[in-house]
Design a protein around this ligand. Structure first.
Ligand SMILES: *[C@@H]1O[C@H](CO)[C@@H](O)[C@H](O)[C@H]1NC(C)=O
Ligand SMILES: *[C@@H]1O[C@H](CO)[C@@H](O)[C@H](O)[C@H]1NC(C)=O
Ligand SMILES: *[C@@H]1O[C@H](CO)[C@@H](O)[C@H](O)[C@H]1NC(C)=O
Length: 537
C-alpha cells in the first residue's frame, strides 16, 4: 500500500493511504469549506508573485535574463547541430547530428551521443509543435534521417537487431566509434523513441495522417523492441561510469513503452502493443525497488557503493515521469531533491558565497551530479575534484517548477508527509497552526501518510507555493551568475571560483536551461489560474 501510494501523485496518495482519517481531512480541505473572508482579502492584497514590490528592478532584470537566455540557449543548441551550426560548420558533421560540445580536447566531446541527441531534439520538437517553424522542422527531419542510418550501423555493441542499438556514441560523420567505452547504455533507444513519438504526434496535430507517418513507426519500433527486451539487463548509466541497473534508464524506458503501446495500436500492431504493455508493467514494478526506505530517498543505481543520491533521479522524473509514475511533484522525488540539495549546499566552497540571509526559506545553491563525483570536466587543473554543473542546477529548478505547477493546479491544499517534511518545513512560518495534523503516522510503513495539512486558499498554502517558486528561481539565478553575458554555458562551474570549466557550449546545458524556463512558464500560468479562481469568491 505504501509503495503503491508512493508512485501516485500526492493528491491520490493521500486518499489511498490514510483511510482512517481521510474523511476528516478531506472535509477540512474541501473547496466548499474555505469561505473565510479574511483569507480572500489577504489573497487580493498580495502583489503579483512575479514582480514583488521591494525587489522590482531585480525581478525585471531576472525576467529580461530569462527571455534572453532562452533565445540564446536555443541558438546555442542550433550552433552544435550539423552540418551548418555555427560551432560545427565545415567540420564534416552529418546533417541532423547533434554534437555534444564543440570542445575537441580537454575534453573531447566532438561526438554524437544518442542520449544527448534525443534529449536535444525533443526540445526542437516542442519548438516546432508551438511555432510550426519550417526551418526547425527541416533540422528534425535531418535528425530522423540520421536515426535511420545510425540504427543500421554495426558497432562494438553489436549489429542491428543484435544489441547494436545500445551503442552510446558515434563519430560526427556517422561512422561507429570503435574506442573503448562504457557500453552498452540502454537509455538511448528509449529516449530516441520518446522524441520520435512526440514528433509524430506534433505532425499529426498539424494535420498529417497516420498513414503518412509509417516511416516514423519503422524507426520507433526497433527502439521499442530493444527497450522491451533489455530493460532488465544491466548497462552503463547516463554519466557513463557505473554498470548496473539505473533509475534514470528505467524511467525513460517505462515512458517509451507506455507511449509505444499507444503508437503500436495506432498502426494496428496489436501484438506489439500487448507486449509493450506487459513490459511497461514490469518496469513500473521494478521502479519501486529504487526507493530506499532507510535513507529516505531514491537511489540512482541498485546495489551501488555510492550514496545513491544523484541529479539523474530528477532527470528521470523530467524525461520519464508520468502522472502515475514518479512525476516531478511526487513525494519520493521531492524527498530525493531535498537530500541532494542538502548535500550539495555544503559540498562546494562556491556555494558559501551564494548563501545569503533570506526570510523566505532555504536558498538555492550550485548542484553537481552526485556527492562522490571526482570528474573535473577534462581540465588539467584541479583534475580530481568534481564541480557543480549547469544542467544539474537547472534540473533542480525544473523539478521545483513542476512541483509548483502541480500544487497550483491542485484543489486539495498542502499535504505534508514525513517524507517531505524536511523539504516543506523551512517554507512554513513557525507561528501558524496547521488545519490538520497527525504525528502518529511516523512508523516506516506510513511515512507517506499526511502528517500536516493546510487548506487550499489559506494564507499558509498560498505563501508556501509562492516561496517554492522563488526558491526555484534561485537555482536559475545561480545559472545566470556563473554563465557569461553572451549566454554561453560550459558543462561545469568551478567548485572554488565559480568560473566556467569543462566542455564549452555544452548542448545539454543549453537544453536543460531552456527546459527549466519553459517549465517556469507553465508554473506561472498555473499560479495565475489559481489566483483567478480564488478571486472569484
Ligand atoms: C525559425 O527558426 C529559426 C531558427 O531558430 C529562426 O532563425 C527563424 O527566424 C524562425 N523563423 C520564423 C518565421 O520564426
Ligand atoms: C519522520 O521520520 C524520521 C525518520 O526518517 C523520524 O526521525 C522523524 O521523527 C519523523 N518525523 C515525524 C514528524 O514524523
Ligand atoms: C560565447 O558565445 C558567443 C556566441 O554567442 C561566441 O561568439 C563566443 O565565442 C563564445 N565564447 C566562448 C568563450 O565560448
Amino acid at each position: 500500500m505504501r509503495l503503491l501510494s508512493a508512485l501516485l501523485p500526492a493528491t491520490c496518495a493521500f486518499a489511498l493511504v490514510i483511510e482512517p482519517t481521510a474523511g476528516h481531512l478531506r472535509d477540512s480541505v474541501a473547496l466548499s469549506n474555505i469561505h473565510r473572508p479574511s483569507v480572500f482579502s489577504w489573497l487580493r492584497k498580495q502583489s503579483s508573485i512575479l514582480t514583488s514590490t521591494e525587489e522590482g528592478s531585480e525581478d525585471a532584470d531576472f525576467a529580461a535574463w530569462l527571455s534572453t537566455q532562452s533565445a540564446l540557449s536555443f541558438e546555442g543548441i542550433l550552433a552544435n547541430i550539423g552540418p551548418d551550426g555555427a560551432n560545427v560548420a565545415g567540420q564534416n558533421v552529418k546533417p541532423g547530428v547533434v554534437v555534444a560540445s564543440p570542445s575537441r580536447e580537454h575534453p573531447n566531446y566532438f561526438y554524437h551521443w544518442v542520449r544527448d541527441g534525443a534529449i536535444t531534439m525533443r526540445a526542437l520538437v516542442d519548438e516546432y509543435e508551438m511555432s510550426g517553424n519550417t526551418s526547425v522542422k527541416a533540422i528534425i527531419d535531418a535528425y530522423v534521417d540520421n536515426v535511420r542510418s545510425t540504427q543500421w550501423t554495426s558497432n562494438p555493441s553489436g549489429q542491428v537487431g543484435r544489441g547494436g542499438l545500445g551503442e552510446p556514441k558515434f563519430e560526427v560523420d556517422g561512422r561507429a566509434f570503435v574506442g573503448t567505452w562504457g557500453r552498452p547504455q540502454r537509455d538511448g533507444p528509449a529516449l530516441r523513441a520518446i522524441t520520435l513519438i512526440s514528433y509524430m504526434r506534433a505532425l499529426q496535430r498539424r494535420g498529417a495522417s497516420i498513414d503518412s507517418l509509417h516511416y516514423l513507426y519503422d524507426l520507433i519500433k526497433p527502439d521499442l523492441e530493444y527497450t522491451s527486451k533489455f530493460w532488465a539487463s544491466p548497462g552503463f548509466d547516463l554519466w557513463e561510469e557505473q554498470e548496473g541497473l539505473h533509475f534514470f534508464t528505467a524511467m525513460v524506458q517505462y515512458k517509451a513503452l507506455l507511449l509505444g503501446e499507444q503508437v503500436s495500436s495506432d498502426f494496428s500492431d496489436q501484438g506489439a502493443g500487448r507486449w509493450y504493455h506487459i513490459q511497461a508493467n514490469g518496469v513500473k514494478q521494478f521502479l519501486l525497488s529504487f526507493w530506499d526506505d532507510e535513507r529516505g530517498y531514491l537511489v540512482e543505481t541498485l546495489a551501488t557503493a555510492r550514496s545513491g543520491l544523484d541529479a539523474a533521479l530528477l532527470l528521470g522524473a523530467i524525461h520519464g515521469g508520468s502522472e502515475t509514475v514518479f512525476p516531478m511533484h511526487s513525494d519520493m522525488i521531492i524527498a530525493s531533491l531535498q537530500a541532494l540539495v542538502a548535500d550539495m549546499r555544503v559540498r562546494y566552497p562556491v556555494n558559501e558565497q551564494d548563501l545569503y540571509d533570506s526570510n523566505d526559506g532555504p536558498v538555492a545553491v550550485g548542484i553537481g551530479r552526485y556527492p562522490e563525483d571526482v570528474y573535473s570536466g577534462g581540465d588539467l587543473i584541479n583534475s580530481e575534484l568534481g564541480n557543480p554543473w549547469f544542467l544539474c542546477t537547472a534540473t533542480v529548478a525544473h523539478t521545483l517548477y513542476g512541483l509548483v505547477e502541480s500544487l497550483a493546479l491542485s484543489n486539495t491544499g498542502l499535504m505534508i508527509s514525513n517524507l517531505t517534511a524536511d523539504f516543506y518545513l523551512p517554507f512554513l512560518s513557525r507561528t501558524i497552526e496547521p488545519d490538520y495534523y497527525d504525528f502518529s503516522a511516523t512508523a516506516a510503513w506510513s511515512r507517506s501518510a499526511t502528517i500536516l495539512g493546510f487548506k487550499p486558499g489559506s494564507r499558509e498554502t498560498e505563501q508556501v507555493i509562492s516561496n517554492i517558486f522563488h526558491y526555484a528561481d534561485g537555482f536559475l539565478k545561480i545559472v545566470r551568475k556563473h554563465s557569461d553575458g553572451e549566454g554561453n554555458m560550459s558543462e561545469q562551474f568551478d567548485r572554488q571560483t565559480g568560473f566556467m570549466r569543462g566542455a564549452r557550449q555544452l548542448t545539454w546545458s543549453f537544453e536543460s536551461v531552456l527546459g527549466a524556463i519553459k517549465m517556469r512558464e507553465r508554473a506561472v500560468e498555473a499560479i495565475e489560474k489559481r489566483r483567478a479562481f480564488y478571486k472569484r469568491f
